[in-house]
Each structure stands twice: as structure tokens, then as C-alpha cells.
Design a protein around this ligand. Structure first.
Ligand SMILES: [Zn+2]
Length: 259
């Protein structure tokens, strides 16, 4: 294992999938990666992300409520997020967004309201947002065309159309590419990767899910970001080292509190 210079810009190391070997894994990752951003998905996972970031210099946290976790959300949830937002190692609000895939999620209007409240909070603390958009591309794009301005954002594991990507790239938003970009049937994702300006590209794992080829089906971990980046270098016809340095610079530009 050698240093890659890469960041995993979106990895859920707080997930219970890592309970058995988290500290061993982190010790290994510290030898190969330059850093990890661990987003939270509710109060508990955000707290865990902050605790991991406090313990490990190369791990940073984001805090927020994922659209799958809005049931029973506390009335004062924004106060807790505001307190975390001022923490030196909390670099973004996320992951937040819209998820119309799961029928048991809160109604669309509730999801939009809580998403927009968290976007406002991010603006208040001058933090970027990490966006989850699943089967909600139309509403998400409309929000960014009509309502949301003045905040920087990354569309994590982007799965929208090339047309949507063009609209977002025009506004300077970032795109996170993970394991799905290595899948055979993900031609659309690779087209987006080829289209967007290289300064808007980030790499991520979304571990423990969405494991890249050749480990698809196994537990994902932040170290596998290298396989996604090597695949992307091939797709883009670039040297791996050059692309890794570029993606790392992009990650630090977006998450500007990273030291
Ligand atoms: Zn995620």
C-alpha cells in the first residue's frame, strides 16, 4: 500500500459496517489517503462523524439530516446543526437532499422544506452542502434554478442526466464520482465525467455502499477510492497522479475549512 494523494470526499466511516475493525482500518487508510470527509445522515451519525474527526487529524466531518431520516426530526434540529457548524473540523452541511425512491420517506413538500432549511443554515455559516438526489432530479434542478443561490455544493454520486449536469456545471457546482462510475452499465455517469470541467470533479466512495469494480459486492471502504480514480483516469485519458492531484485540489477548494 502506498500513498495515493487521494481524498475520499464522501465516506461513512461511522457506519456500523465498520464497528468491528474501524480503528485498524483508519490506521491503514492514514498510510494511503490524504483525507476523508465523513458526512452525517442524522443526529447520531453526525455526532459520530464529529467524534471521528476530533480523534483523527486526516478525517473531517459534515453534519446534516439525510432525506431518508426525517421522520420524528426534533423541532430544534437546526440548533444542534448550528452548534456543530462552528466546529473547526466540520467542513460542510450534509448529506442533505431529496429522495423520492423510497415510498416510506416523508412527503416531497416536507423533504423540500427541511432540505431548504439546512441549505439556509449552510449559508449562514458559509459552509458548502453535500447533496443526495435520488429520483428527484427535476425538483432538485428546479430548486437550484429558482431558489438556491449563494452556496457552494457537491452533487454526491451524481446520477442525473447530461443535460442536468450541464445546468449545474454552468453554475459552478461540483460532482462526486464513486464506485458506480466503474460499473459496466454506467455509461451515462462516464459521459458526465467527460463533459464537466475538471475543476468540478471529486472522488468518493459512499462506503460501505457502492463498492467499485473489482470489489463490487464486498464492503466498500475509503481506500477503494483509488479504484474509482484509476478508472476515471482511463476514461479521461489522464495520468492517475495528475488526476489525483487535481481532485484533491478540488476537494480542498470546495471544503475550504480543510487545513
Ligand atoms: Zn452517503
Amino acid at each position: 500500500m502506498s500513498r495515493t494523494g487521494l481524498w475520499d470526499s464522501h465516506g461513512h466511516l461511522d457506519d456500523e459496517a465498520f464497528d468491528a475493525d474501524r480503528e485498524e482500518l483508519i490506521a491503514q487508510l492514514e498510510q494511503t489517503l490524504d483525507g476523508i470527509v465523513n458526512p452525517g445522515c442524522d443526529e447520531e451519525s453526525s455526532a459520530k462523524a464529529v467524534a471521528l474527526a476530533e480523534k483523527h487529524p486526516f478525517i473531517y466531518a459534515a453534519v446534516g439530516y439525510h432525506p431518508e431520516n426525517l421522520k420524528g426530526i426534533a423541532d430544534n434540529y437546526l440548533e444542534q446543526l448550528a452548534a456543530w457548524a462552528q466546529h473547526p473540523k466540520v467542513v460542510a452541511i450534509g448529506e442533505i437532499g431529496l429522495d423520492y425512491y423510497w415510498k416510506e420517506n416523508e412527503p416531497r413538500e416536507v423533504q423540500k422544506r427541511i432540505f431548504c432549511e439546512q441549505v439556509d443554515l449552510a449559508k449562514q455559516f458559509d459552509l458548502p452542502i453535500i447533496i443526495h438526489d435520488r429520483d428527484a432530479h427535476g425538483d432538485m434542478l428546479e430548486l437550484f434554478q429558482k431558489e438556491i443561490t449563494g452556496v457552494q455544493a457537491v452533487f454526491h454520486c451524481f446520477s442525473g442526466s447530461l443535460e442536468m449536469a450541464k445546468e449545474l456545471a454552468k453554475r459552478g457546482y461540483y460532482f462526486g464520482f464513486g464506485g458506480t462510475s466503474t460499473y459496466k452499465n454506467a455509461q451515462k455517469v462516464r459521459e458526465v465525467m467527460q463533459y464537466i470541467p475538471k475543476e468540478l470533479l471529486l472522488f468518493e466512495t459512499d462506503c460501505p455502499y457502492l463498492t467499485p469494480v473489482p470489489f463490487r459486492g464486498k464492503r466498500n471502504n475509503p481506500g477503494y477510492v483509488e479504484y474509482t480514480a484509476r478508472n476515471a483516469a482511463e476514461v479521461l485519458g489522464m495520468e492517475f497522479e495528475e488526476l489525483a492531484a487535481l481532485a484533491t485540489a478540488n476537494t480542498k477548494r470546495l471544503f475550504k475549512k480543510i487545513k
